[in-house]
Design a protein around this ligand. Structure first.
Ligand code: ZN
Length: 447
């Protein structure tokens, strides 16, 4: 009996324990399910890039939509570009979350030993590694759209997102207005295959600023247009049905700063009888030496221009430039320009300039009196004027917060995190936790 009693007692206790466990299992299940059901709304992320949007531009004109994000979302004056702070390397890092050493887009102009000079009509086949946000999302079963981003299509693989506008030369790409119209249409779709990631590239204030100045009327008109685009996207995201929610991420590739004196690289090459090809311009250029040319001799010859640019041997780059890697695309020597100098390479001058003696008669460095370029970029990423705007608004984004800085390569993992997906493989950036809403506290289980 005693034994039975003990057993009975034990069984009773076992039953209590089982019941307790059952209750706790239910509570745990409820706990696990609570955040799931709370987050059950299907999320769409719209990732926008405006080319060449410096924070100083938004300071100089009215931007009501971006101002709303400052209050309702999160923003920063320091979206820090990868080096060189040029468009193509930064477009590629923005969407892949990788340093140029992995994605291979090391300048707006470079020479690949097999493919030759990067053409204006470059496609995603030039990218040597890493996945764009749309590739990583599609791989994980999430339909995506990529409009006007240069690496949305590959000549060999076709479209890399379910929705991507077709391969075309730069000048023939759809207008910003056409991209906006298509994006608004995609957001209003209600079919099962509608994209949950929509990546949009807009020309932005880049051109107006280059020619006329950072806060010129032309650049500021483009900034107000960008703000209008942001407002339209916010309006449609706000109006999504109750079972859907949206996040808007707005960034840029680089800032802008005033430039004046031109480094005439073709003249310098002639003066020192350097046997090499050159590629790149603005803030940096690469030299690809002819067989037999001495890297030491060229390095020595160019050291006399250290007031305007420094010379670095491939494989020996100092830390700020080390993430360019060591690939053949970097040639033998890199020239790193100090602002306000602007380097003009072989491809920078119109052909008539050669007839006018540009490469043998003009000065090595001169102040142009023909205009054409007021401000530029491409310089060391630690220079604050190279930093660009960043805004995030909507589901999952922090509210009413300014963050000190965000790295360009962190945008990709942050977007993937907001979509509840893994980042591309491989990836160098990390989720920018600063720009995310704090996780909601779990409900206390009922006793
Ligand atoms: Zn750009």
């Amino acid at each position: 009996m005693a034994e039975a009693g003990v057993n009975g007692h034990c069984d009773e206790r076992k039953g209590d324990v089982m019941a307790d466990r059952f209750v706790w299992a239910l509570a745990l299940l409820a706990l696990l399910c609570a955040p799931l059901s709370a987050a059950a709304a299907e999320r769409t992320v719209v990732l926008v890039m405006f080319d060449g949007f410096a924070p100083a531009m938004a300071d100089a004109t009215k931007t009501p939509s971006l101002d709303t994000i400052k209050k309702e979302g999160v923003w920063s004056r320091h979206l820090v570009p990868v080096y060189p702070s040029l468009s193509l390397p930064n477009h590629t890092s923005f969407v892949t979350g990788c340093w140029p050493e992995r994605h291979g887009i090391v300048q707006n102009g470079f020479i690949d030993p097999k493919l030759g000079k990067l053409p204006e009509t470059a496609d995603a086949d030039w990218v040597t590694g890493c996945e764009s946000v749309w590739q990583a999302a599609e791989r994980q079963g999430v339909p995506s759209a990529a409009l006007n981003f240069w690496n949305r299509v590959s000549k060999t693989k076709g479209k890399l997102a379910s929705i991507a506008n077709e391969y075309k030369p730069w000048a023939e790409l759809p207008s910003d207005e056409a991209v906006l119209t298509e994006a608004l249409g995609l957001l209003k779709r209600s079919d099962a295959k509608r994209p949950r990631l929509i990546a949009l590239y807009f020309r932005g204030p880049d051109h107006g600023a280059h020619v006329n100045g950072v806060t010129s009327p032309q650049a500021l008109a483009e900034v107000r247009n960008a703000d209008r685009i942001v407002g339209k996207l916010m309006g449609v995201l706000k109006a999504l049905p109750a079972d859907r929610e949206g996040t808007l991420i707005v960034g840029t590739d680089h800032g802008m700063m005033k430039v004046d004196q031109v480094i005439n690289l073709p003249r310098i090459i002639t003066r020192h009888s350097i046997r090499a090809r050159d590629a790149g311009d603005g803030g940096s250029a690469y030299l690809y030496l002819d067989p037999g040319e001495s890297v030491e001799r060229v390095e020595e010859a160019l050291s006399g221009y250290s007031h305007a640019f420094t010379v670095h041997r491939t494989g020996r780059y100092p830390a700020p430039y080390a993430r360019l890697g060591t690939s053949k695309r970097l040639g033998d020597l890199m020239l790193v320009v100090k602002p306000p100098y602007y380097l003009a390479g072989t491809d920078s001058f119109p052909s008539y300039a050669y007839w006018l003696g540009m490469s043998w008669l003009w000065s090595d460095i001169f102040t142009p009196d023909f205009g054409g370029l007021a401000v530029s970029h491409g310089y060391d990423s630690s220079i604050e004027a190279m930093h660009g705007i960043f805004y995030a608004w909507g589901a999952g984004a922090a509210k009413g917060k300014e963050v000190t800085r965000i790295e360009n390569i962190d945008v990709h993992p942050t977007v993937m995190h907001l979509l509840g997906l893994q980042p591309g493989n491989p990836v160098d950036g990390k989720v920018a936790a600063d720009v995310l809403a704090a996780p909601e506290p779990l409900p206390t289980p009922a006793r």
